[in-house]
Design a protein around this ligand. Sequence first.
Ligand code: FES
Length: 160
Amino acid sequence: MPVIRFVREGRDVECYPGENLREVALREGIELYGLKGRLGNCGGCGQCITCFVDVAGAPAGSLSPRTAVEDQKLLRRPQTWRLACQSLVESSLLVLTRPQSPPADGEDLWATAQASPLPVGPTAWPEPPAPQTEEEVAGEAADGSTATSDEGADELPRER
Ligand code: FES
């Protein structure tokens, strides 16, 4: 599975192949937006151009190709910038959030992030939990440890 190394935040985050970069960042509590984007963003439609990220040095194919929206919206931006909401993560890469406001120690952060190899991460999709056996289900019912569909039925008003 891909590992996204967020350079500014100093965090490695795993995601599933094909996950949307913006959604992964938001899920992990990574701040993607500057003040303008925090006050109002398009919610991932590719219209507000506030979810910039810099993916300098990303291996080819680690993100989905630029969309037509990005080609239009990023005309005057560096080639290494992407819109997080338009980018699907395919393999591990480094990401700098909010490159329009680079951190004062940005070069050091990039150097630190590049110094250690990206972890491979899990290489297989997680296994779904094994189905319960009839004995396990019966045991839980006897313990009363699992809610049943009849739970609370005595509290419902009876129809006449
Ligand atoms: S969230 Fe608006 S362009 Fe990405």
